[in-house]
Design a protein around this ligand. Structure first.
Ligand SMILES: NC(=O)c1ccc[n+]([C@@H]2O[C@H](COP(=O)([O-])OP(=O)(O)OC[C@H]3O[C@@H](n4cnc5c(N)ncnc54)[C@H](OP(=O)(O)O)[C@@H]3O)[C@@H](O)[C@H]2O)c1
Ligand SMILES: [Zn+2]
Ligand SMILES: [Zn+2]
Length: 352
């Protein structure tokens, strides 16, 4: 065991503060990574503030962070995929059983025995896992991703959650050239969804509550932008969407979007608001529409996504901050005041 520097919260209402946490000594399959950047996902905020208390209550102290990019500092004796000095990345999961049908299918995110990167029982040290708001992490090699050399590292970190969470459902539901795609909510996830839909050749329509994001939406690749609080603009959209991805973190009316789908179209939630959302069943009955959810993506697909980003030169639009600004960043995230992801420069932890 060794001590790593980190930032943690000690209750749902306390601010982040500097601390030290224990990391395990490397086993033969482990990779130790010096963390260079960690994105701030809205899930970090939900978890730090115990907003998912019903499903995944937060154990304090909590060190969030599952959009991790860094450099390998040490590897276990059985690791062949990485060596000291390599760039490496870690997303939302750090382990799974590797044997269940989900793991065999490359869908580790649905493994009943997986381990999430933070706030999950730590199989090695007891207590809970600690995430990427830290200067180092030790992760089983199977859950470490290769980082393409041509991408900006600060903008690569958010790909590990915001990227895969939007890429995976688009691949699963076959978004391609000519598909009409809606993206609801232009935040961290939403702006990645727009980039992917555009790169896949889809006709992409952004629904935003923020008129100030309109120009950005076009720049990111949208073909149309709708201000969702404007009833006239919404009414003009009609019922022709093949696929709508909803990445909103708060309560909102999803029925308006379900009614915009064509026959057999898919409305997919990736946003994870705390409270249940009412669904009008008639919207589903007519035109046999589908309402689904999607959770991150498997490890092989995450690597595929990173390689896709490398080919298409896609990264997240980030505002880089030092860890000392994390409390301010959380306040701004709640107000949708970030374009479009905070990425923490972890070298700032050295000053603590
Ligand atoms: N399924 C998964 O695997 C997965 C993975 C990661 C995150 N998530 C969840 O996905 C959600 C989004 O995460 P994120 O990091 O992208 O968050 P984010 O950056 O805060 O973006 C959320 C966006 O939702 C819109 N929004 C916020 N409040 C709204 C309201 N009251 N009504 C309508 N729209 C509203 C805003 O976009 P506009 O300003 O454009 O309206 C905002 O930018 C979170 O709940 C997060 O926990 C799920
Ligand atoms: Zn996330
Ligand atoms: Zn499994």
């Amino acid at each position: 065991m060794y001590n790593a520097k980190a930032y943690s919260v000690t209750s749902a209402t306390s601010p982040f503060a500097s601390t030290t946490i224990a990391r395990r000594d490397l086993t033969e399959h482990d990779v130790q990574i010096e963390i260079l950047f960690c994105g701030i996902c809205h899930s970090d905020l939900h978890q730090a503030r115990n907003e998912w208390s019903g499903l995944m209550p937060t154990v304090y102290p909590c060190v969030p962070g599952h959009e991790i990019v860094g450099r390998v500092t040490k590897v276990g004796s059985a690791v062949t995929k990485f060596k000291s000095g390599d760039l490496a990345a870690v997303g939302c999961m750090v382990d799974s059983d590797g044997t269940c049908p989900e793991c065999q299918a490359g869908l580790e995110q649905f493994c009943p025995n997986f381990t999430l990167t933070y706030n999950f029982p730590d199989q090695h040290l007891g207590g809970v896992t600690y995430g990427g708001y830290s200067d180092s992490i030790v992760v089983k090699d199977r859950f470490v991703l290769r980082v393409p050399g041509n991408l900006d590292l600060a903008g690569t970190a958010p790909l590990l959650c915001a990227g895969i969470t939007t890429y995976s459902p688009m691949r699963h539901w076959g978004v391609t050239k000519g598909t009409k795609v809606g993206v609801v909510g232009l935040g961290g996830l939403g702006h990645m969804a727009v980039k992917f839909a555009h790169a896949l050749g889809a006709h992409t329509v952004v629904f935003t509550t923020s008129p100030g994001k309109k120009e950005d939406a076009f720049r990111l690749g949208a073909d149309e932008v709708v201000i969702s609080r404007d009833a006239n603009e919404m009414a003009k959209q009609g019922g022709s969407f093949d696929f709508i991805l909803d990445a909103v973190a708060a309560e909102h009316d999803i029925n308006a979007y379900i009614n915009m789908l064509r026959r057999d179209g898919n409305f997919v939630m990736v946003g994870a608001p705390e409270q249940p959302l009412p669904v009008s069943v008639f919207g589903l009955l007519f035109r046999r529409r589908n309402f689904s959810g999607s959770l991150i993506g498997g490890i092989a697909e995450t690597q595929e996504m990173l390689d896709f980003c490398s080919q298409h030169n896609i990264t997240s639009d980030v505002e880089v901050i030092p860890i000392q600004k994390v409390n301010e960043a959380y306040e701004r995230l709640v107000k949708s005041d970030v374009k479009y992801r905070f990425s923490i420069d972890m070298t700032s932890l050295k000053a603590e």
